[in-house]
Each structure stands twice: as structure tokens, then as C-alpha cells.
Design a protein around this ligand. Structure first.
Ligand code: ADP
Length: 503
């Protein structure tokens, strides 16, 4: 496929999936003051289209629409919500080529990865379509003969979802699917760098029969939109994926209305290669952990800790593998787009084994890079690189590796490579990280929980645990369990309970 932004946009326009308005209450909407901003192709700098620059007023209306849609959406049976989600999944899959193209256009990742992201994103919708039917409550053993206790799980209400640019659709479906499955309604604020994928997915949600107002999308003035979401007492939780700095701001802002927050923030993932690792598995796994999405994911290996006995052999094999990575515009086959900085480490004595320069392709491209002799004190060890640079740090003992790995405020993903079973359990348990990959570089799936310890976040996404972020636990304490009459009176007052008891 050629790389001409206009030609691809024109073709996509025919698909009806390029939407250049926000979505409020089921209506495609301009900004109220008609302001717009440009969405660019990061590989070429060309303008793809313009979208509305929305702010507080539009966000308030989106919240009101979500609030209005909440009673009927949450009262649909779980089976009915499940069917609509399943339909949405089918539509995402049948349009995965076009959606992948939109991702490549506005985000820059290779088309194959874009299409792969759509499939991954759709998996969340499929998984939660099924999980919708499994929101079980609990019966709690009583502490006295005349009382009975049980817990209903109910949708929390309207939720605000704020997502980044690195995975323009997967970061959205990971939140919106469990929210909708539980019966919540949403206001989505995608990254201003990648709003088109979110809008295309929203268009397909309408086609899937998800009612107007259940899914709303606003974008433009991020702080103003964030403020409006935080200020509204109708918004019951905010789920955010992005930088630690913005996450902390949102958490502080949520205090005013005592809102729940789910945060998936920056990582500083260690990837530990022990002397007893299978070198081929370690090189392949580290490559996947480091260079996925060109190093621009919060679970990307940020520091590669290599034990001294295997250091030289690994450094050699790994740099060879890195040198063979291809890069360029995402619409060309087999390429990886890259960008980042290395200067500080080199000025303090680190050595470049591969890459190390801005690529001759220019603009936003940086060569896939390996730097050896990195020390824990260098900035590259403590800051999230978010680019295709793999710093290698040498260590002697297991204790030392664990100490270096945990010596950070972050705690999202970590990786270990070893063929020693005892060591794999020991080290995995000692790592203060929400996710541990053992002899595996790809650790994101819809069926396992994803989230961080320490300052990498709060809450979990994916799996059955991801539902909890959008549910209230609602205990019912039934007193005077001493006769049918009292019971009937109670049941008469409590429609939910009638339903529950009659199951
Ligand atoms: P990244 O570096 O991954 O883009 P950011 O935290 O800057 O991380 O952005 C993640 C998301 O948070 C984006 O949708 C962005 O527009 C949004 N965002 C940035 N600042 C704010 C803010 N003050 N309030 C609400 N959302 C914000």
C-alpha cells in the first residue's frame, strides 16, 4: 500500500468510519464555538482531517446524556447487553482492516500492528460480552438466626474514560467493555493525537445497537474536559491510562466529589536475564518486551538487567537482532517506527552497541538502539524511555538483580528469563510489579488482570477482576427473618430482592 495520506483517507471516507465530530447523546456534534483542531499523520506530518475542539460545556452535555441513558441501559438484562456487545465485537472484527488503517494513519504504527491492535481490542469486547452474564452476588453466612445477609453487585453509574495515543483502540475497549457489560454508561476522552480510531469504534457501537447516550466521545481541551468530568457528581469513577503526572492530578481532583479512580500509569519495567536463561528465548522475549509498539508502551522493558556470566553473549546476540529490525512509514510492510533519546547515558560512560541516532528517514524516527554499560544511577534507568532504546545493566547476584529491579517508584510490568524453576518462582514473588512475564515478552491479554503496584496505578483491567472497577457492592441486611409476612413486606419494598429471591 502507498503512503499517501490523502489517498488512504479518501478510501476510508467511503467506509463511513472516518468521523470528524464528537458523539454526544447519539448525535455527531461540532464544538459549540465551532473550534476545531487538526489530526496529523505522525509519519509524514500531513493533515488527515479536523475534529471539534471541545471543552467543558460539551463534556457536561455528554455526562448528562450518559446519565439519561443509564437507567434504561443498566436495567436491560445482562443477556441483552451481552448480545449488543457481541455484535459490536463482530463489527470491529469485520472492519479490522479499515480500523487498522486509521490507527496507522493517525498513530503511525505499522499496519500489521494496527490490525493486530484491533483484534486485541475486540477481544476485550468479546470477553466482557460473556462476563456480563456472570456478575454474581454473594450470600453471607448469618451471625444470628433471625437475620440474613446478601450482596448485590450493581453498576456504579456514569464513568469517564481518558486514554492515551499509544494504543488508540485497545486502551478504550479495555475500559468501555467492562463498563458497558456492568450496565454503566460512558464519556470517552481519547487522546487528541488519535481521536479518529475512537470515533470509528463509537460509530460501530451505534451500528451494534448500543443505544444513544450509552457511549459518548468528546475531545479537544484535555484539562477542561478532565475538569468537567472531575467536577460532576454524576460521574462516579474515572478510569485513566496515561502519564503518572496527569494520573496524580486526576486522583487529587477526584477528592472533591469522592470519586473512584482507576489508574494505569507509567512503568519502568525491568527485564532480568539470568546466566541460566535460554539465550534464544531471552533475546526473542526481550526484543518483544522492548520493541513492541516501538518501545512506546507502559509495559515495555525499560532496563535490561543481564547477569555477568551471560552478559557478553547476550549483548552480542541481542544487538545483532536489534540491528536487523526494519523501520519506516507504517504503511510499508515490515517496518517499525521509532523515537527517543540516549544522550545522558552516553555522556556518563555508556556504550552504544546498535543504533543511537535519529534515523535518516527523519521526522519522528529513531534507530532501534542498544546501549551497554548502563549504571543504575543514569537517567535512562530511572525514567521511562518510551522509545526503542534498550539499556543493558550488568549484575552479579539474584539479590542484586531484585534490588535494582525494585529500586523505583514504578511497578507495572517485569520480565525474567531463567530455566531454573525455583528461581523463577522466587524472583517473580520478590518483584514489586503488577505483572511478571517468565520467559515471555508479551504479557497483555484480555483474560489476565493488568495493572500496577506502587505509583504505577490503582485497579486492574482485563479478566473478571476488571469488572470490579465498575461495580458497587450493595449489601442487603435482612432483619427479623421470622415469618413469611414480614418477608413479603420487605420484598414488596425491594424490587431487586424479589428478582434475586425468585431465581
Ligand atoms: P501520554 O504521555 O501517554 O500522552 P498523558 O497523560 O499526557 O500521557 O495523556 C493521556 C491522556 O490524558 C490523553 O488523553 C490526554 O489528552 C489526557 N490528559 C492530559 N492532561 C489532562 C488533564 N489535565 N486532564 C484530563 N486529561 C488529560
Amino acid at each position: 500500500m502507498g503512503s499517501d495520506t490523502k489517498a488512504i483517507s479518501v478510501k476510508l471516507n467511503g467506509s463511513g468510519l472516518i468521523r470528524s465530530h464528537g458523539l454526544i447523546g447519539g448525535k455527531w456534534t461540532e464544538a459549540y464555538d465551532a473550534k476545531t483542531f487538526e489530526v496529523l499523520n505522525p509519519a509524514t506530518g500531513e493533515v488527515i482531517t479536523t475534529v471539534p475542539f471541545m471543552a467543558g460545556r460539551e463534556t457536561n452535555d455528554a455526562i448528562a446524556s450518559a446519565q439519561e441513558a443509564f437507567p434504561s441501559w443498566s436495567k436491560l438484562t445482562a443477556t441483552e447487553r451481552s448480545k449488543r456487545l457481541r455484535k459490536w465485537y463482530d463489527l470491529l472484527i469485520s472492519h479490522k482492516e479499515e480500523l487498522g488503517q486509521i490507527i496507522t494513519l493517525e498513530q503511525g504504527k505499522p499496519l500489521k500492528e494496527g490490525i493486530g491492535e484491533v483484534a486485541y481490542a475486540a477481544n476485550f469486547i468479546e470477553f466482557y460480552a460473556e462476563e456480563a452474564k456472570r456478575v454474581y452476588g454473594d450470600i453471607i453466612p448469618t451471625t444470628s438466626p433471625d437475620r440474613r445477609f446478601f450482596v448485590l453487585k450493581q453498576p456504579i453509574g456514569v464513568v469517564g474514560l481518558i486514554t492515551p495515543w499509544n494504543f488508540p483502540i485497545a486502551m478504550i475497549t479495555r475500559k468501555v467493555a467492562p463498563a458497558l457489560a456492568c450496565g454503566c454508561t460512558v464519556v470517552i476522552k481519547p487522546s487528541e493525537l488519535t481521536p479518529l480510531t475512537a470515533l470509528a469504534a463509537a460509530e460501530l457501537s451505534i451500528q451494534a445497537g448500543i443505544p444513544p447516550g450509552v457511549v459518548n466521545v468528546v475531545m479537544g481541551d484535555a484539562p477542561a474536559i478532565g475538569e468537567a468530568l472531575l467536577a460532576s457528581s454524576q460521574v462516579k469513577t474515572i478510569s485513566f491510562t496515561g502519564s503518572t503526572a496527569v494520573g496524580k492530578k486526576l486522583m487529587a481532583g477526584a477528592a472533591a466529589t469522592v470519586k473512584k479512580v482507576s489508574l494505569e500509569l507509567g512503568g519502568n519495567a525491568p527485564c532480568i536475564v539470568f546466566d541460566d536463561a535460554d539465550i534464544e528465548v531471552a533475546v526473542k522475549g526481550t526484543l518483544a518486551a522492548k520493541f513492541r509498539n516501538t518501545g512506546q508502551t507502559c509495559i515495555c522493558a525499560n532496563r535490561v538487567l543481564v547477569q555477568e556470566g551471560i552478559y557478553d553473549k547476550f549483548a552480542d546476540a541481542f544487538s545483532k537482532a536489534v540491528k536487523s529490525l526494519k523501520m519506516g512509514n507504517g504503511f510499508e510492510e515490515g517496518v517499525v517506527l521509532v523515537e527517543t533519546l540516549v544522550q545522558d547515558a552516553v555522556s556518563k560512560g555508556a556504550k552504544i552497541l546498535a543504533g543511537g541516532n535519529r534515523h535518516s528517514l527523519g521526522f519522528t524516527f529513531y534507530e532501534p538502539t542498544v546501549i551497554a554499560d548502563v549504571k543504575n544511577e543514569m537517567r535512562i534507568s530511572s525514567e521511562e524511555v518510551f522509545g526503542p532504546v534498550a539499556p543493558l545493566l550488568k549484575f552479579k547476584t539474584e539479590e542484586e538483580a531484585i534490588h535494582i529491579a525494585n529500586d523505583t517508584n514504578a511497578g507495572l510490568a517485569s520480565y525474567i528469563f531463567t530455566t531454573n524453576v525455583q528461581r523463577s518462582w522466587r524472583v517473580a514473588e520478590a518483584l514489586e510489579y503488577g505483572i511478571v512475564g517468565v520467559n515471555e515478552g508479551l504479557v497483555s491479554t484480555e483474560v489476565t488482570p493488568h495493572g500496577g503496584m506502587k505509583q504505577s496505578g490503582l485497579g486492574r483491567e482485563g479478566s473478571k477482576y476488571g469488572m470490579e472497577e465498575y461495580l458497587e457492592h450493595h449489601p442487603h441486611i435482612l432483619g427479623k427473618w421470622d415469618g413469611a409476612l414480614r418477608m413479603m413486606v420487605y420484598l414488596g419494598f425491594c424490587g431487586n430482592v424479589v428478582k434475586y429471591i425468585s431465581i
